[in-house]
Design a binder for this molecule. Structure first.
Ligand SMILES: *Cc1c(COP(=O)(O)O)cnc(C)c1O
Length: 366
């Protein structure tokens, strides 16, 4: 197993305690960043051998890139997203990071970027969170969002996989995503745009997929919706996912259904955790194709109980309505405590250390 020692450059004055306290009092999402960043560089030598090197912690700040850097022209970029949670005893933990390390490498293979040893991925998280531990929030529903990413830095305009690459991790304090109360969201059905297609990059976590989703997101906002749903129009209008969250359906007879990993959709860590928790709670989990027509029919015949979206940033968000150009599919009002609430509470409890971690999903960082 490859190990690299992270050199620490702590020369720059960190933000003052007062400034940090002000930020932590109302962090929002993705607005502020901690004092440092983790970096590991990759290059291919004259013999064609690639290696990761120069692992370091350095002050957070702008990246100097050559204007011809490949990432700026051909979009060779991938990323990850996970959180660090502060437990009651002050220790800091993260959730299933080995799944993120594995997914980063799945994305890397698809974007012709070099794979990063999982041990280096984990060390980068641990090093960064150790140095910036004061930035891990303590409030209910708050966490330090970790954003690992990999970019092609080689200055070269020819089209081929870059031979110089940089892996980095930045960290951003994240508040309680919905300020406590969870309101069902309205989502817009994208009928003209797709975020992924067969053989495309749908199951890679890459910036390009997000760029491709933005025109649809604008359409959604113009319709008063918060998110977009993408379908596979060439596969009976099968439900794929939202721009950045996986989708679940719960039926009154106890089935919980989510689209199967068909190459178009992202292998969400939250998705797989929800499936496991749901099974243990006695729900019958199915990973399969679910079409827009089935969604409509199951509302019409009264068999559908809940629809929700899930992902690391917002955990679980109930979907109240799917708006389309020809009408709306409204999720029926809940009868009693919905399953999504209980699943969400269990997941958050495990992450924040108030529910026993029987599946060894947590890894201690500090
Ligand atoms: C990151 C992401 C998700 C959610 O994945 P998690 O691992 O649960 O955070 C879902 N869909 C897309 C397109 C994503 O990029």
């Amino acid at each position: 197993m490859e190990t690299l020692t992270f050199r620490r450059d702590l020369s720059q004055q960190p933000k003052s305690e007062t400034e940090r306290a002000e930020i932590l009092a109302n962090p929002g999402f993705g607005n502020y960043f901690t004092d440092h960043t983790a970096v590991v560089d990759y290059s291919v030598d004259a013999q064609g051998e690639g290696s990761w090197h120069d692992a370091r912690i350095e002050p957070y700040g702008p990246i100097a890139l050559d204007p011809s850097a490949a990432v700026l022209h051909y979009g060779q970029e991938i990323f990850e997203g996970l959180k660090a949670y502060r437990h009651a005893d002050g220790s800091v933990w993260t959730f299933r990071p080995e799944a993120n390390a594995a997914r980063l490498n799945t994305s890397a293979r698809r974007l012709a970027l070099p794979e990063l040893p999982a041990s280096v991925f984990l060390d980068a998280l641990r090093e960064l969170v150790s140095v910036d531990a004061a930035w891990v929030p303590t409030g209910d529903g708050e966490a330090l969002y970790l954003r690992p990413f990999m970019i092609a830095t080689e200055p070269f305009l020819g089209v081929r996989p870059a031979r110089e690459v940089s892996f980095r991790v930045i960290a951003s304090p994240a508040g309680n995503y919905f300020g406590g109360e969870l309101h069902p969201v309205s989502i817009w059905l994208s009928e003209h745009y797709a975020r992924a297609g067969r053989g495309g990059t749908g199951e890679a976590k890459c910036g390009g997929n997000y760029a491709a989703s933005l025109a649809a997101q604008l359409e959604a906002e113009a319709q008063g919706c918060q998110q977009v749903l993408f379908l596979d129009q060439f596969n009976d209008n099968a439900v794929d996912e939202l721009g950045g969250m996986n989708v679940f359906f719960v039926f009154k007879d106890g089935r919980i259904v989510t689209p199967e990993l068909n190459g178009n959709i992202l292998h969400g860590v939250t998705r797989s955790s929800v499936l496991e928790i749901a099974k243990e709670r006695g729900l019958h989990a199915e990973e399969r194709k679910i079409t827009l027509q089935e969604w409509k029919d199951s509302v019409a015949d009264g068999s559908l109980a809940e629809v929700f979206a899930c992902g690391t940033a917002a955990v679980i968000t109930p979907i109240g309505e799917l708006k389309t150009s020809t009408g709306s599919i409204v999720t029926p009002a809940a009868e009693g405590e919905p399953h999504w609430k209980a699943i969400r509470a269990e997941l958050l409890g495990i992450q924040t250390g108030t529910v026993e971690d029987t599946r060894c999903w947590l890894t201690r960082l500090v």
